[in-house]
Design a protein around this ligand. Structure first.
Ligand code: SAM
Length: 486
């Protein structure tokens, strides 16, 4: 049993604060940068260290141990983290000389011991598969030695660790279902920092969701670098499935089946998932989404480029045509499904025609949302070794501006389609811009803002949509939805 007590603040929406039963009087400050998986990993780390007696704190100055969970995906992400490290060190120097500082996650994995050499201010370096070793590593640093563990694992999924929900709204939570990535996209550092792909036992996924349900969480997002590739066959790497026993193969659980199990066992919980990789998204997954009202009608479906030539250079396993066929199938089966994209502009060898193909693909799909980036060469990736980063920064910037402007247009086009409809919204918290308005999301993941009246955080409410911007729907609640529960 976990040696922790969760103190839930009476007022809903406040962060859950952990207080260990056998406290060691030490305070942990943990910060996360990058993807949702990093956020969830920090919750796993907080759980492991709560069991060691640490309290979590949100005040940097009072921390005994500061951990930063890092992202390596683009150079800018790493620069941001280096600035944060300087800030921690300034605090350490000024007011808290005993403070220990550790780097977790992808940047720790990428730079390994270099971190200790380059950044003298770091005591501890821990890769994404080594968090169970943190108690030993902390003992090392307390004895005055630096500590590093960046071993990647074939098995680790932290299946039995019950994450401590940090800065939670008490309504929505992440549950990791896979770790690592086997795709080897030439631009991407993830396979090197997070290791090979492995899936988590479905029973442990269901158990974690049961715990969230019992704590009144209303929405769960299943997480993985490539959720559609989920495959449980008793444990081990995805790539070794071909060598599994006949019985293991026959009883294997894929992503569509896992999704179906979750939605069936928890009909009152809303489910989302991210990220989908077009090459692995099956029609079964789309049919499962259509079958269950409680699976949200939203797919994050990175495309990266609209040009087949560039997709090949990126080692994406789909062409432009195959991607568009998948999108057409999604809209055929789920006409009101929202889609979002990741696009990288200015990848090696991208011509003006390739760029135009990206814009025309966007015109076809008209994504609801988008996450758009200029290509950033990452050391160690296949592209950095074999291809020339030959697109001038000014061209990357200009193309990115054009892509963002078009996405803005499409987002506005999509939000306008909601005006006049009554939509179910799950309330997540107070609107950033107004204390008297709630903010929540509809099934398509669009933010909806409306007057608070007597509704509360965690309520499912029907909202009449009256107006919109390109990012937000504005409306008025017309009553609780039939799915509302406490
Ligand atoms: N696993 C997902 C996939 O492959 O579709 C997403 C992985 S990544 C954490 C999120 C996004 O960052 C990618 O989809 C890609 O658009 C972007 N990205 C990754 N490497 C990049 C690079 N070197 N430069 C710019 N953007 C990058």
């Amino acid at each position: 049993m976990s040696a922790e007590k969760i103190i839930e603040e009476k007022k809903q929406g406040q962060a859950l604060i952990t207080e260990p039963i056998n406290g060691n009087g030490k305070k942990l400050f943990i910060e996360s940068y990058g993807c949702q998986m990093n956020l969830n990993d920090s919750e796993i780390v907080a759980s492991i260290l709560t069991n060691e007696g640490f309290n979590t704190t949100q005040i940097l100055e009072e921390a005994d141990l500061v951990l930063v969970n890092t992202c390596s995906i683009r150079e800018k992400a790493e620069q941001t983290i280096r600035k944060r490290l300087q800030k921690y060190n300034a605090v350490k120097k000024d007011s808290n000389k005993k403070m220990k500082i550790g780097v977790l996650g992808c940047m720790a994995e990428r730079l390994k011991t270099k971190f200790l050499e380059e950044e003298k201010m770091v005591d501890l370096v821990v890769g994404p598969d080594a968090y169970r070793d943190l108690p030993n590593l902390i003992e090392e640093i307390e004895a005055g030695r630096n500590a590093v563990n960046v071993l990647l694992s074939k098995e680790e999924t932290y299946a039995d660790v019950s994450p401590v929900r940090l800065n939670s709204n008490g309504v929505s939570a992440f549950v990791s279902i896979t770790r690592g990535c086997d795709n080897m996209c030439t631009f991407c550092v993830v396979p090197f920092t997070r290791g090979r792909e492995r899936s988590r036992d479905p029973q442990s996924v269901l158990k974690e969701i049961r715990g969230l349900f019992d704590q009144n969480f209303k929405e769960v997002t299943l997480l993985g670098q490539n959720v559609d590739s989920y495959l449980w066959y008793g444990g081990g790497l995805k790539k070794d499935f071909v060598r599994a026993s006949e019985i293991a193969k026959a009883t294997a659980v894929d992503f569509a089946q896992l999704l179906d199990m979750c939605a069936t066992e928890f009909p009152k919980t809303r489910f989302r998932f991210a990220t989908s990789n077009p090459q692995d998204m099956s029609l079964d997954v789309i049919h499962t989404m259509a079958k269950h009202k409680n699976i949200c009608k939203y797919i994050h479906l990175p495309v990266q480029s609209g040009s087949t030539k560039i997709l090949q250079g990126m080692n994406r396993q789909h062409t432009r045509e195959e991607y568009l066929e998948l999108v057409d199938n999604i809209f055929k089966i789920i006409p009101d499904c929202a889609l979002s994209q990741d696009i990288i502009t200015g990848f090696c060898g991208e011509t003006e025609e390739d760029h135009q193909e990206t814009l025309s693909l966007m015109e076809h799909v008209k994504y609801d949302f988008g996450f758009m980036f200029a290509y950033s060469e990452r050391p160690g990736t296949l592209a950095s070794k074999k291809m020339e980063d030959d697109i001038p920064l000014a061209t990357k910037k200009r193309r990115l501006t054009e892509i963002i402007a078009l996405q803005q247009e499409h987002s506005h086009y999509r939000t306008k389609q909601h005006v006049g409809k009554v939509e179910e919204v799950l309330i997540e918290g107070t609107s950033k811009k107004s204390d008297v308005h709630w903010k929540g999301r509809n099934t398509q993941n669009t933010v909806v803002v409306f007057p608070k009246e007597n509704y509360g955080i965690g309520d499912f409410v029907n909202v009449k949509i009256e107006d919109c911007t390109s990012a937000t729907l504005l409306g008025k609640a017309v009553g609780y939805s039939e799915n509302n529960w406490h």
